[in-house]
Design a protein around this ligand. Sequence first.
Ligand SMILES: Cc1cc2nc3c(=O)[nH]c(=O)nc-3n(C[C@H](O)[C@H](O)[C@H](O)COP(=O)(O)OP(=O)(O)OC[C@H]3O[C@@H](n4cnc5c(N)ncnc54)[C@H](O)[C@@H]3O)c2cc1C
Length: 383
Amino acid sequence: MHFTAEHDMFRQTVRAVVQSEIDPQVEEWEAAHAFPAHELFPKLARLGLFGLEYDPADGGQGVDHAFTVILGEELGRARCGGVPMAIAVHTDMATPSLARFGTPELKARYLAPAMRGEQVAAVAVTEPDAGSDVAAISTRAARDGDDWVINGSKLYITNGVQADWLCLLVRTGEERGYRGMSQVIFPSATPGFSVSRTLRKLGNHSSDTAELSFVDARVPLANTIGAIGRGFQQQMQQFQNERLIAAYMAVGQCEAAIQRTLDYLRQRVTFGKPLVEHQWIQFHMAELVAEVDLLRHYNYAAAEAIMAGQDATRFATIAKLTAGRLVRKVADTCLQFHGGIGYMDETWTSRFYRDSRLLSIGGGTDEVMLQVLARMDGITALD
Ligand SMILES: Cc1cc2nc3c(=O)[nH]c(=O)nc-3n(C[C@H](O)[C@H](O)[C@H](O)COP(=O)(O)OP(=O)(O)OC[C@H]3O[C@@H](n4cnc5c(N)ncnc54)[C@H](O)[C@@H]3O)c2cc1C
């Protein structure tokens, strides 16, 4: 993976933006269980963080995927998991399908303003009775003239309270399973839509998470992204972007946590010497450094596959699985080596421990990653 001077400058920009626009507000936003997306996103857009790979004609910047790697790694260094995740939902989880398959009109109306930070996006797939098994969703869009009439509900939707529009996966045909689904841009101002619950959660307090309800909510057929009936396949492709940015962010999270822990281990003395001088601790920290390095270079291989125009499904699956497990291990070890102060809310380790738990669940659980990999690699009874 070759980073140019331009990439390095972008890294410095994102790092500075995280330090100036996110980190100083983290305590306030975590306590409020929300951050003001409509204030933060226009700033981030002006500073060049949005629409990296999208076509300039659609409001993007037309740069390569290495910029997305950098964005993820640097967002991961923020002092909380919630805001970076909400940003990544906007940039890499809710908008790729629209950029890839949307009509010019749909992109002008929704993608370009989102990339200017004027509109906030969310992706709505999960339902009360369908999470891992996406093919089991039941929210339905029935055709009525030139409109879809939508009924159903979505659960655990990040940015769900603040979003101006959703990239919504709905059932539009009579077929069962993965057939007969479509992706629709759903403006949250549509009558019949409501936030039925704002959810409290273990971590990522600064991002809002909601249950959403749709009762005879009408949107134009023209809001369909791509082909009617191809929603499942398009969403599966969109999940690759989601899983990769999550893995890129994990590297930044782990690196920052290891660095902060080493700072502490150098100044905390037990048994007459700094903690970092105890070999048990040195070896554990060195092991974490090695594992993060492996993930970083695996991510870079994934990014190179993307840049070469290859299918990166296997890379994204393994990277997401590994990242979810590693970030939990790093969070647990960093907390442990802080001792009692590590368990206190006043110390960053306690939030990191809570926030880190999500990565093995959101965007497809560890078990779903293993299921995808087992299928891809033919690890089944039949050969
Ligand atoms: C904070 C947060 C934010 C989220 N944000 C969004 C969002 O913005 N948009 C969105 O659409 N969704 C979002 N999600 C939902 C998330 O993607 C789902 O929670 C996840 O996919 C798991 O689905 P589930 O919760 O229904 O678990 P279930 O599917 O009920 O699974 C329960 C457990 O069983 C395991 N399991 C399931 N099937 C199998 C199997 N065949 N073999 C072995 N084990 C299995 C799972 O891995 C899991 O451990 C979010 C979730 C959280 C917690």
